[in-house]
Design a protein around this ligand. Structure first.
Ligand code: ZN
Length: 419
């Protein structure tokens, strides 16, 4: 008992200077599917400051001592066949991602007493300290490069809008990288593509954190070879304890240590259950954290619940109010120092975020050019009049690329051509 009391007191003290940081929460997707983001339409009774049926609300988050939340801007792979490989198919995924970003910012404006949108690691920490436990710094992650469609320009604009990490894949391959789900389905592991390498360069240049949750084993290894900045696994657990293709294998953990990155443990029962159990408990989450600590040390572990992207949490770790229970249990079984427990709670993630900003600043100093490249298999499709009616910028410019021109009898697609 005295041990527990001691830990309660130590936890309260550490919480004064250490935010609980969660790297992955899908609550915005619930607001997409249930509310179409309409918080004030007649019949909507949304109040984030009350206890909701979701795993996330402000009451639970405050109880969970949260200081920083990465809300996930997740839009699913649009093709019903997740093993599709025609990446030129048009989708609405960029619009839908922008709506998620817009919604999260609106949510912050609705609850200015409790939520504040932040753009830098220092700002996130500063606002947490100023808020004295009442204010949560909010930032964004985009869950899959399918959400940038085919374009590095979209990566850049997401950064402008405040997105601070992008997961390289969700449960589908894209022109940049191979997903773990494709390997689970028996496909070959192609890892990171050459366009993917260019994307990592651009993310490093921007200061966008590279998130390796959801990607294949080879993608993880490839990225860890080329990135100049530490990586994040925003919501992934340990493969050695739970054999799921999404989890992180020992050889990758060793490389994460060298890279100075962080693995934020996912609470989803199917990623952490052990010994053939169908379900999981808070002890399983403790085991996954302990495993990383024993293997590569306290500097490389964090929290990435996946709350509200999972049907239910493990027993004892059901929602955003339960982080203190988890942290205290880890404390009890490991006998960690205050400083070590603070790293798990959030300081490791802040360090990785800051390191990515630092690498970006260094690359800027070196005048590293922006990556202009496009995906080489992208279809550039134009109406026929674009080939025949418009002047060339300079002689031969219109013939530089293999554009696809769709000629039709009618010119009425062109608003400037009168018949
Ligand atoms: Zn996910």
């Amino acid at each position: 008992m005295t041990v527990n009391k001691d830990i309660d007191q130590r936890f309260d003290k550490v919480c004064q200077t250490t935010p609980v940081i969660d790297c992955h929460n899908d609550f915005p997707y619930l607001c997409r599917s249930h509310l179409h983001y309409e918080l004030h339409s007649p019949g909507t009774k949304f109040d984030f400051n009350t206890v909701l049926n979701s795993q996330t609300d402000l009451v639970k988050m405050r109880e969970g001592r949260m200081g920083v939340q990465f809300f996930s801007c997740w839009i699913e792979c649009k093709d019903p066949d997740y093993l599709y490989d025609d990446f030129n198919k048009p989708t609405t995924v960029v619009r839908d991602t922008l709506e998620q970003i817009d919604f999260i910012k609106r949510l912050c404006l609705e609850y200015p007493e409790h939520l504040t949108f932040v753009r830098t690691a220092d700002d996130a920490y500063k606002k947490f300290l100023e808020g004295k436990g009442q204010k949560i710094s909010i930032t964004l992650g985009v869950e899959g490069l399918h959400q940038v469609d085919l374009s590095l320009a979209v990566v850049r604009q997401y950064y402008e809008l405040g997105v601070r990490y992008i997961t390289l894949t969700h449960n589908c391959d894209n022109p940049f990288a191979t997903a773990a789900s494709s390997i689970a389905a028996g496909k070959a592991d192609k890892g990171l593509t050459s366009y993917g390498v260019q994307c990592i360069e651009e993310m490093n240049r921007l200061g966008m954190i590279v998130d390796l949750s959801h990607v294949s084993h080879k993608t993880m290894i490839d990225v860890l070879r080329v990135t100049h900045a530490p990586v994040l696994f925003s919501h992934s657990s340990v493969y050695a304890l739970t054999h799921h293709e999404r989890n992180v294998r020992d050889d990758v953990l060793e490389k994460v240590k060298q890279n100075n990155g962080v693995v934020s443990i996912n609470f989803f029962p199917i990623f952490i259950r052990q010994h053939g159990n169908q379900d999981a408990t808070i002890e399983d989450a403790v085991d996954h954290i302990k495993y990383i600590v024993n293997k590569i040390g306290w500097d490389h572990v964090g929290l990435g619940s996946d709350f509200d992207g999972i049907p239910h949490g493990p027993k004892g770790l059901e929602n955003t109010s339960k982080y203190p229970d988890l942290i205290k249990k880890v404390w009890e079984v490991t006998g960690a120092s205050d400083e070590e427990i603070a790293k798990l709670m959030g300081m490791n993630v802040l360090r990785v975020w800051k390191d990515c900003e630092r690498v970006s600043a260094q690359l800027e100093k070196l005048e590293t050019p922006l990556v202009e490249a496009n995906w080489d298999k992208r279809d550039w499709v134009f109406p026929g009049y674009a080939a025949t009616e418009f002047p060339e910028i300079f002689p031969g410019s219109s013939k530089l690329h293999k554009n696809i021109y769709r000629f039709s009898d009618k010119l009425d697609n062109n608003p400037d051509v009168e018949e």
